[in-house]
Design a protein around this ligand. Structure first.
Ligand code: INI
Length: 153
């Protein structure tokens, strides 16, 4: 059986990051986690480009434009939608997730989802570099792996 699987080496990769300003206290930690992950897997910080947008709802369009630009091997989306503070939680959470999937499929470029959707600020903090890891780092490692998988398909 022939098996194709991507390694976790980021050397030479160019990655775009789209991050929302909304809930910046949380999203800032996701950005740090993503950057740290990229560098620890052999990437160069200069090969990262960070674009800020107002909120998670604006992430898909930006991610799609970056993915279609031909400048990036992958795009990592970072944000935090917190139910407690968000009357239209479901709309923002669903539209951003759907839009990210569409951006990836339309562009043919890996676009990974590092948008936290939690019931409370406490749960968001847990997933932004404390006891439940860092979803920014998770989204970056998925992007690194997908770039290497797609190269071999
Ligand atoms: N955007 C977020 O990224 N997280 C949230 O929790 C949130 N809340 O609470 O509403 C949020 N709203 C803004 C939204 O993403 C858009 O920026 C806004 O609706 C303008 O289009």
């Amino acid at each position: 059986m022939k098996i194709i699987e991507g390694n976790l080496t980021a050397a030479g990769q160019k990655i775009g990051i789209v991050a929302s300003r909304f809930n910046d206290f949380i999203v800032g930690r996701l950005i740090e986690g993503a950057q740290d992950c990229f560098v620890r897997h052999g990437g160069e910080s200069d090969n990262l480009t960070l674009v800020y947008v107002p909120g998670a709802f604006e992430i898909p369009l930006t991610a799609q434009k970056m993915a279609e630009s031909g400048k990036y091997d992958a795009v990592v989306c970072l944000g935090a939608v917190i139910r407690g503070a968000t009357p239209h939680f479901d709309m923002v959470a669903n539209e951003s997730a759907k839009g990210i999937a569409t951006a990836s499929l339309k562009s043919g470029v890996p676009v990974t989802n590092g948008i936290l959707t939690t019931d409370s600020i406490e749960q968001a903090i847990e997933r932004a570099g404390t006891k439940a890891g860092n979803k920014g780092a998770d989204a970056m490692i998925s992007a690194i792996e997908m770039v290497n998988v797609v190269k071999d398909l």
